[in-house]
Design a protein around this ligand. Structure first.
Ligand SMILES: [Fe+2]
Length: 510
């Protein structure tokens, strides 16, 4: 292991202090709600969001950025603390306000605030908005988790390469106002963006500051500003609470733990991981306990959707073993993609659950496909076997993943090598929101997937998955769009619909 920089080093590196962090969540009682000097118009240009719902509340988010594409990454904000008021109401007209509060946006956290609201009613819709000076934000809609729960609807999405196209999928997710959205990684991409190369979103241009691979905190912040300027992405955030996990591109393509695929030495790469994790937290609706500590950020966590489902959110990047050096290494019993601590946490959480469903959300595909896909769970078969065994001891598993830019539906076999072995659940892999551009229904990789009797769908267009759970069954709808590069106006198609019974799970095409 490389020497780990101390927490103090990272605090100096990124200029944050515990006090200023807490201010992004709340404010001293004496704080003045009026900014010391006026904030430029358009302070809420990056929209609003909510996340990490509980039965009694959620986290709210906004980041003040009147000039989201200011090249220095500071969003056009002055280098000063700014008070941000928020309110939560039972109605979209804010006649029945149930919470008001104040949080201090600081330059240290890119003027993001993450107030946590508690003490609300379970299983109900709320509306929220922010105010800074005389500027009012757009209104967001969110929902607490139910106390018991007869049904739960959610969209799953991943991989939104802004430069590859528009986001009609987010527009459609917003229209449906699900109970929650799961975003499964690749919220940004780190690559340089260049016309004539990878800029396929028609009718837009980007400045030279976007043409290089991002490495610094300011560059990561600017990249979030660029991606989050999309109105349909903002609409999807404003329509439902989000659960997020990261995959690789929030830092660098195919990294694992402190290892870069591109030869950055580990002792330098952890610095990059620290600033990337920091910008991720700043730009998304995470609770304060997910604030990274230097290069370490705990995002694996658990939620209960009443007595209907238990949600396990995984981190399959930060603790993974390096890519296998040979076949014996790949097959080693010790190999882990989750790390020993997170593995124990997951197995305890699965075996301790009493719900008919367990939703397990992660960055990369669990189902066995080919032995050379070593960057996904195919590179970690012992860890996969342990997960499947724990799933088999609990309520029906629903694995939610993305990463491959394809829609795939599969049955999770206790032993994928034995077609007769028990099915412990299903995996719903969502295609990308934007990555790879327009897409096609099928391509040359389809046969690798469809060769397996347990794989029931493969589609290479852009889209998302919409799922509804009840106590007795799951219904999953795979939505695609005929194009995304020209504009955001493509209409949705449902390419497949499956039903899975909670008892004796399988994928039944509807
Ligand atoms: Fe991706």
């Amino acid at each position: 292991m490389p020497p780990q920089p101390s927490r103090r080093t990272f605090l100096q590196l990124t200029g944050v202090s515990a006090a200023s962090v807490a201010l992004g969540v709340s404010a001293p009682a004496s704080a003045d709600a009026t900014p010391a000097r006026p904030i430029p118009d358009g302070a809420f240009a990056l929209g609003v969001a909510s996340g990490d719902p509980r039965p009694d509340g959620f986290v709210l988010w906004t980041r003040l950025a009147p000039t989201p594409l200011a090249t220095d990454g500071h969003g056009g904000m002055p280098s000063a603390d700014v008070p941000v008021q928020y309110e939560v109401a039972e109605d979209s007209g804010f006649r029945r306000v149930v919470r008001r509060g104040l949080a201090i946006a600081t330059p240290d956290l890119a003027h993001a605030v993450h107030p946590e609201v508690r003490g609300l009613q379970p299983g109900r819709e709320y509306f929220y908005r922010f105010r800074v000076g005389n500027q009012l934000s757009p209104t967001g809609r969110t929902k607490t988790l139910p106390a018991t729960g007869d049904s739960f609807s959610f969209a799953t999405a991943s991989c939104q390469a802004w430069y590859h196209g528009y986001f009609p999928a987010h527009r459609d997710i917003a229209r449906r106002t699900p109970d929650a959205v799961f975003f499964l990684g690749d919220y940004i991409y780190e690559y340089g963006i260049n016309a004539g190369d990878n800029l396929w979103r028609e009718g837009v241009t980007v400045g030279p500051e976007h043409a290089v691979e991002i490495e610094t905190l300011e560059q990561y912040r600017l990249r979030y500003g660029l991606f989050k300027s999309d109105p349909d992405l903002q609409a999807a955030h404003a329509a439902a609470p989000w659960f997020l996990v990261w995959d690789d591109h929030e830092v660098q393509n195919n990294y694992g733990a402190a290892n870069s695929l591109y030869g950055v030495p580990p002792e330098l790469f952890v610095h990059r991981r620290a600033v990337a994790y920091r910008a991720y937290y700043e730009n998304l609706p995470f609770a304060l306990d997910s604030l990274p500590d230097g290069p370490d950020g705990r995002i694996y966590r658990r939620y209960d959707v009443g007595s209907l489902a238990r949600v396990h959110l995984l981190d399959t990047r930060q603790y993974r073993d390096p890519l296998p050096v040979d076949e014996a290494d790949r097959l080693s019993e010790q190999r882990t993609i989750m790390g020993a601590e997170q593995e124990r946490w997951l197995y305890d959480g699965l075996r301790g659950s009493r719900t008919p469903w367990n939703l397990v959300a992660g960055g990369v595909v669990l189902t066995a496909i080919t032995d050379d896909r070593t960057e996904q769970w195919d590179g970690y078969p012992a860890n996969r076997r342990r997960v499947l065994e724990a799933m088999g001891d609990a309520g029906t598993a629903v694995m939610l993943t993305g990463d491959i830019h394809r829609h795939v539906a599969s049955e999770l076999k206790l032993d994928f090598a034995d077609p007769a072995s028990r099915t412990v659940g299903v995996e719903l892999v969502c295609s990308s929101i934007g990555s790879n551009g327009d897409g096609v229904d099928t391509d040359q990789y389809a046969k690798d997937w469809l060769q397996h009797p347990y794989v029931k769908l493969y589609n290479a267009r852009r889209g998302y998955v919409h799922t509804t759970l009840t106590r007795s069954e799951l219904t999953a709808e795979f939505v695609t769009f005929p194009y995304i590069q020209a504009d955001a106006n493509a209409q949705p198609n449902v390419v497949a619909r499956f039903r899975t019974p909670a008892v004796d799970p399988r994928l039944e095409a509807l």
